[in-house]
Structures are given as C-alpha cells and as structure tokens.
Design a protein around this ligand. Structure first.
Ligand code: ITT
Length: 211
C-alpha cells in the first residue's frame, strides 16, 4: 500500500488518527512530518465538502511545490487523507457545525468556547441538550479519485467541563450510556466509539481494497 499523507494541522486529531491507522501497511505522515505549511481555505458547507477541499488542496499544493521533507518523492507516491469534523448542538440549530474550529475565532481558547456553549444552554433540560460529533474523511488517490467516509457519535452537552483527555469540545460532550464526557474516556475508549474512529475504520477498508 502507498504511504499516507494526512492533511491536518490539528495535533489532537493526528494522535487519534495514528492510533487508528497504525495497523495499515503504509506509513502515516502529518503535514508537519512532511514539512508542509499550506493554508487551504475551507469554504464548503458540509463536512464532506471540506474534507475533500482539504485533501485535494494539499495534493495540488504538493504537485506545485513538491514535498519539502521528502524532496526525492512526488505526491503521486502518497494517498492524501483529510478530516473535517465538528460538533452539532441541536438547541443551537446545529451550531457550531462546520465552523467548530472557527467558533468565536480561531485563537479563542477551548475553555472559553466550551463555557460559551454551556452558557447558551442555560436552563435547557437534559433531553433537549442533544448533540453529536460528526467526521468526514476524504481520501484522494494518485489518479485523482476521491472517496469519502463519514461517522457520527450522539451525546449531549453537559453542565460543566469534565476530563483531561482528548481535545477541543471533548470536556463538554457527554455520552448518554454512562454520563461521562469524551474527555474522561481513555484514548482507546474514545477511538472505539467516536465519529473519527467510525469514519477512519470505513476509509481503512477502502484503502485496503485499494479502491
Ligand atoms: P485541520 O483542518 O488542520 O484538520 P482543524 O482543527 O481546523 O484542523 P476542523 O476544521 O475539522 O479541524 O475543525 C474541527 C474542530 O471541531 C476541531 O478544531 C475541534 O474543535 C472540533 N472537534 C472535532 N473533532 C473533535 C473531537 O474528537 N473532540 C473534540 N473536538 C472535536
């Protein structure tokens, strides 16, 4: 199997991605590993569109500029993957959705973003605090074909941040089954049930079949 270039600059995502893809034959490189510093504008309206935009954008960038850390290689030696994901809160008309990373501005801390979401749900009872994490993974093959896989996990927004694991909105996203936040799960537990775990396991099958 060809090696994978995963078009993400998010270290929290990359850690989960490496754990889930570790049993693939090829190596998995991040943008940082490949020395790529490209900014692709995510102007789609769905997670699937943005994942495709990111993967195709990085493939096109490498076609033009090469791969800084691997000057002897071409982007055609890799399958380019990208993840677009986010949190949909039903009470907030599915906000922040595709704007999850940009919500309240890129540079605002997640402590503030999480406090803001909890504040906007003040007085809302548990049964109306429904939310989900959604993930779309795009795979762009050397011949230009693009395959997409999606995954989601249902839960609710809690009343306080809990847990030290994960990243982003994990401390306020709780599971109905055990009333734990996804930041309270071990990495293996989160990958087993998460939006990203589900989407990556589907794309792994596509990669294994070489489709
Ligand atoms: P890349 O585009 O470089 O991959 P990003 O952080 O900008 O990184 P997205 O545009 O896909 O990625 O934004 C997704 C945001 O949604 C992310 O920054 C988190 O805030 C949130 N998110 C996605 N998956 C999450 C998870 O598993 N746990 C907590 N928050 C998550």
């Amino acid at each position: 199997m060809k090696d994978i270039l995963f078009a993400t600059g998010n270290a929290g995502k990359m850690k989960e991605i490496r754990e889930i893809l570790e049993d693939l034959d090829g190596c998995v490189y991040s943008l940082k590993d490949a020395g790529i510093d490209a900014d692709i504008e995510e102007n789609g309206t769905t997670f699937a569109q943005n994942a495709k935009i990111k993967a195709e954008g990085i493939a096109a960038w490498c076609e033009k500029n090469g791969i800084p850390a691997f000057p002897e290689k071409s982007i055609r030696d890799f399958i380019v993957l990208a993840d677009d994901s986010g949190l949909e809160v039903d009470w907030l008309n599915r906000e922040p959705g595709v704007y999850s990373a940009r919500y309240m501005g890129h540079d605002t801390s997640y402590r503030e973003k999480n406090a803001n979401i909890i504040g906007r749900l003040e007085g809302v009872p548990k049964e109306k605090r429904t939310a989900r994490f959604v993930c779309a993974i795009a795979a762009v093959f050397p011949d230009g074909r693009c395959e997409i896989a999606e995954g989601a996990v249902e839960g609710y927004i809690g009343w306080e941040e809990r847990g030290e694991n994960g990243f982003g909105y994990d401390p306020i996203f709780y599971l109905y089954e055990n009333d734990r936040s996804t930041a309270e799960l071990s990495p293996e537990e989160k990958n087993g049930i998460s939006h990203r775990g589900k989407a990556l396991r589907k794309i792994k099958e596509v990669l294994r079949k070489g489709k």
